[in-house]
Design a protein around this ligand. Structure first.
Ligand code: MUC
Ligand code: MG
Length: 367
């Protein structure tokens, strides 16, 4: 299980339509496939999605930090020595999606070596997750139509509504339109991606008080810690930390400081190992978790469901596992299928990430 080589392959696949939210928009999945090779011939695969507006990483920076810093730190170690990997990778500050992809690729190797699916190695709680779909900015009629399409085609009945526009009424109108259209048949929650001030957020929450939201995520700036703490006191539902708590240390600070009452877990930024730390912290401190979406492709989504299905607390709520549906193509040899609003974790050894090499060749950006 000695790691002999690590590859970082940039690729780009366009979306059918852009996904817009308060901190940016995504038109193309310009991600980086990471592959960890062992001396025995196993290959673990995962990917890193650059989100410059959230983590400062770009496609080029991910390739560079993997090639120049992280691959040399891992090569020669055993895939079993995850604590060694963590210590070495954490000598470099930041770069969360690069670190996360390497961790998940190593877990993929371990699963293959043992002949077991990784969701069972991680905890084996259940076979899959209910799916939540993220609705990007548009006018109310278009967002209602999108929700209908997701319900009719995939059986999805949980929606995370992007908010954080100005005036906030734009978003309140959308949430109201969704509730009027679907009644109690759907679960709705909101994510502001830091777009509003604390005061705007409080007013918007007040105006949506009758709309039965189940969660509110990152409504105001991540560095407005006191504003968030003030807001949490006025928020009738769990207040989810996403950008303000991207790792275990910040999760601890935000929860103990009272500026969050729930946590978004994204395997794209904390892999499997660090995501377990975050999960255990959240459980220890008695707060709920949501399996979030980093606007993942099928590769990233597969990793999310592997983690989510592995634990009781992560599979309780619907996971955000569907935005790959808007990509024009994807890299998995066997496309993911959402049926009756659920996505299953693979039963094959490893994480189940098996790429279509022909597609990777077509979309790769480095040759
Ligand atoms: C989310 O939950 O915020 C949008 C920006 C980002 O970093 O993640 C997505 C979804
Ligand atoms: Mg979010």
């Amino acid at each position: 299980l000695t790691i002999s080589r690590v590859e970082a392959v940039p690729y780009a696949i366009p979306y059918r339509k852009p996904l817009r939210f308060a901190s940016g928009e995504v038109r193309t999945a310009d991600h980086v496939v990471v592959r960890v090779h062992t001396a025995g011939g196993l290959v673990g695969t995962a990917e890193a999605p650059p989100r410059p507006y959230t983590y400062g990483e770009t496609q080029a920076s991910i390739v560079a930090v993997v090639d120049q810093v992280m691959a040399p730190a891992l090569v020669g170690t055993s895939a079993l020595d995850r604590s060694v990997h963590r210590a070495r990778l954490h000598r470099t500050i930041g770069n969360p999606t690069a670190k996360a992809a390497l961790d998940m690729a190593v877990w993929d190797v371990l699963g293959q070596a043992l002949g077991q699916p990784v969701h069972r190695l991680l905890g084996g709680w259940t076979d899959g997750m209910r799916v939540s779909h993220m609705l990007g900015f548009d006018d109310p009629a278009a967002m209602v139509a999108e929700a209908h399409r997701m319900r009719d085609t995939y059986g999805i009945s949980t929606f995370k509504v992007k908010v954080g526009r100005r005036p906030y009424r734009l978003d309140v109108d959308v949430v109201r339109a969704l509730r009027e259209e679907f009644g109690d048949a759907v679960e709705l929650y909101v994510d502001g991606n830091r777009g509003w001030t604390a005061a705007e957020s409080a007013r918007a929450l007040h105006e949506m008080a009758d709309l039965g939201l189940t969660l509110a995520e990152e409504l105001n700036p991540a560095d407005d810690v006191l504003g968030r703490r003030w807001l949490v006191g006025r928020c009738p539902v769990p207040f989810v930390a996403d950008e303000s708590a991207p790792d275990a240390a910040s999760v601890t600070r935000e929860l103990l400081g009272g500026s969050a009452t729930a946590v978004s877990i994204k395997t794209a930024r904390t892999g499997f190992s660090e995501s377990q730390r975050v999960l255990h912290l959240a459980e220890g401190l008695g707060v709920e978790v949501v399996v979030g979406n980093q606007i993942d492709s099928q590769v990233g989504t597969l990793c999310s469901v592997v983690f989510g299905a592995a634990h009781e607390a992560t599979s309780r709520r619907a996971g955000e596992l569907s935005n790959f549906l808007d990509m024009t193509d994807d890299l998995l040899a066997e496309p993911l299928q959402i049926r009756d609003g659920r996505l299953l974790a693979p039963t094959s050894p490893g994480t189940g990430v098996v790429l279509d090499e022909e597609r990777l060749t077509r979309y790769r950006q480095d040759r």
